[in-house]
Design a protein around this ligand. Structure first.
Ligand code: GLC
Length: 534
């Protein structure tokens, strides 16, 4: 097996939506196994991360876990997971599992016990507080999914905290028994042979111990921002003083040294910390080689040469020698890249992501330029959309089934899937793109093949190479073996870029063709990107 430092790219699989092998309308682990050859040879990734497949009542589609040690029957069973590990490893594909440390499902037996009485041995496993004298919640904290973060429990006569939906009570990380139980969960999945862990919503595990009220956000304007969560500054409800101590302990110093850990953490103005410093904590405060935060900044970067150059360049400068960048432009919580920017520009993003050093994470379907699905009101299932409807916050549109072929239900399943597939699939499926050399899939495949063959793309040294041009963002990545030059035209003009008149061993344009080189100049059409290796 390759080491993490040699991994080409990670592919995020939302298991419900990848491939349904037993025709119940929901994807499963066997479906993932069936598609490993596509991932390895059809695309060229060598690691996958699966969103949660554990036992769950599925209120938040697996991010509400009722048994950390079981696979949910809708996805299969533990033997299926063991087989996935074997089959993936046989193809030199690493498997990363999702880990949800902040909260369980309200159906988890820990919570059932905890809520049963104030005398139960697990009484302090969750965050319980008495009502205020007037019966209202202990403080003003809000749930990410809308409304108060507190729910009154009749049996205990107390409120419990839920940073997400009321079906997802927050574990009490101040309790050492909780910390050790969560350590055991992680060790269990790693001992099975899981190669890495993506850690969900980590910032919430440490909160203000005094549970002080959050201040109102003076800049919040509900006519411009539909998300009520932003009406407060989240000064006390997350990113508390013990966050990195807990993470460091959880990550088992000395154990499982060959595994990788990626933390979910978004840049956040409320923290009043420079985003590089915020991300830097994850690199510096946790003493492990392959432990790193996602970089989601690209998801909130407005289109523009300067914007993308500044984002990438500042970030690259902020990294220390061994820090690994994890560029991520799409996931199961955010709109599809091809919807946000359009399919053409999404190819430029692909080239940017796959020619920068680090561990890129590709969201399933982005390699086809899949767009957000259309979800009619009767098909809405996302708890966020249900709680805060019609505000454009729902996540169902970016979770629709993978589009495999032009067969019914896009070849995902033989029955109507849990979320709809588009009516018109022409040119939007794996089968229609795999043999078309100008398709988005072909561009991804060729980018991944370059990235696989040249270590300078994976872990080389980055250097800007564009003199701050207003249309072009260009950079070089080099190591002892080779050097890559990436030139990205963020404008809708035809532009030229001077390259040294030298032999390039390999090259590629986002059009799927070769770059148009004339002597020492390469010509780029609107939103075209090119990469050269020498
Ligand atoms: C993370 C997940 C999201 C989930 C939330 C609560 O942000 O990515 O899908 O709803 O955590 O677990």
């Amino acid at each position: 097996m390759a080491l993490w430092k040699d991994v080409n790219a990670i592919y995020q699989i939302y298991p419900r939506s990848f491939k349904d092998s037993n025709n119940d309308g929901v994807g499963d682990i066997q479906g993932v196994i069936d598609k490993l050859d596509y991932l390895k040879s059809g695309l060229g990734v060598d690691a996958i991360w699966l969103s949660p497949f554990y036992k769950s009542p599925m209120v938040d589609f697996g991010y509400d876990i009722s048994d950390y040690y079981e696979v949910d029957p809708v996805f299969g069973n533990l033997d299926d997971y063991r087989r996935l590990l074997r089959e993936a490893h046989a193809r030199d594909i690493k498997v990363m599992a999702d880990f949800v440390p902040n909260h369980t499902s309200d159906q988890h037996e820990w919570f059932q016990e905890s809520r049963s009485s104030r005398q139960n041995p697990k009484k302090d496993w969750y965050v319980w507080r008495d009502p205020k004298p007037d019966g209202t919640p202990p403080n003003n904290w809000l749930s990410v999914f809308g409304g108060s973060a507190w729910e009154l429990d009749q049996t205990r006569g107390q409120y419990y905290l839920h940073s997400f939906s009321s079906y997802q009570p927050d574990l009490n990380w101040e309790n050492p028994l909780v910390r050790s139980a969560m350590h055991d969960v992680m060790a269990f999945w790693l001992a099975l042979g899981t190669d890495g862990i993506r850690l969900d919503a980590v910032r919430w595990i440490s909160k203000d111990i005094l549970l002080r009220d959050n201040p109102p956000n003076p800049n919040y304007d509900s006519t411009k921002d539909s998300n009520p969560y932003h009406s407060q500054i989240q000064a006390y409800s997350y990113f508390g003083p013990r966050l990195f101590e807990y993470l460091q302990d959880l990550l088992m110093e000395g154990e499982f040294q060959d595994r990788a850990f990626i933390f979910e953490d978004y840049p956040d103005a409320d923290l009043q910390i420079d985003p590089h410093v915020q991300r830097g904590f994850f690199y510096t405060q946790i003493n492990r080689q392959e432990a790193m935060p996602f970089n989601f900044e690209g998801m909130s970067t407005e289109w523009g040469t300067d914007n993308f150059r500044n984002f990438v360049d500042d970030f690259q400068q902020s990294l220390r020698g061994n820090d690994v960048a994890v560029y991520c432009f799409g996931n199961h919580d955010k709109p599809r890249i091809a919807t946000k920017y359009g399919p053409e520009k999404s190819r430029l993003i692909a080239m940017l992501q796959l020619t920068l050093p680090g561990l890129p994470v590709i969201y399933y379907g982005d390699e086809l330029a899949m767009v957000n699905g259309t979800i009619t009101p009767d098909r809405v299932v996302d708890p966020f959309e249900k709680q805060v409807p019609n505000a454009g916050l729902g996540r169902d549109p970016s979770r629709t089934p993978m589009q495999w072929s032009d067969e019914p239900h896009a070849g995902f399943s033989m029955v109507e899937p849990w979320l709809p597939v588009p009516q018109d699939l022409a040119g939007k499926t794996v089968s229609s793109q795999e043999n078309d050399k100008t398709s988005t899939l072909s561009v991804y495949r060729r980018l991944l093949s370059l990235r696989h063959d040249y270590s300078c793309l994976r872990r080389g040294k980055y250097q800007k190479a564009d003199g701050n041009d207003d249309k072009i963002f260009a950079y070089i990545c080099h190591d002892k073996m080779a050097e890559s030059l990436t030139v990205l035209n963020f404008s809708d003009f035809e532009v030229e870029y001077k390259i040294e008149d030298r032999e390039y061993t390999r090259s590629l344009s986002t059009t799927g063709d070769e770059p148009r080189v004339d002597h020492d100049t390469v010509k780029l059409g609107p939103y075209e990107g090119v990469v050269f290796i020498r």
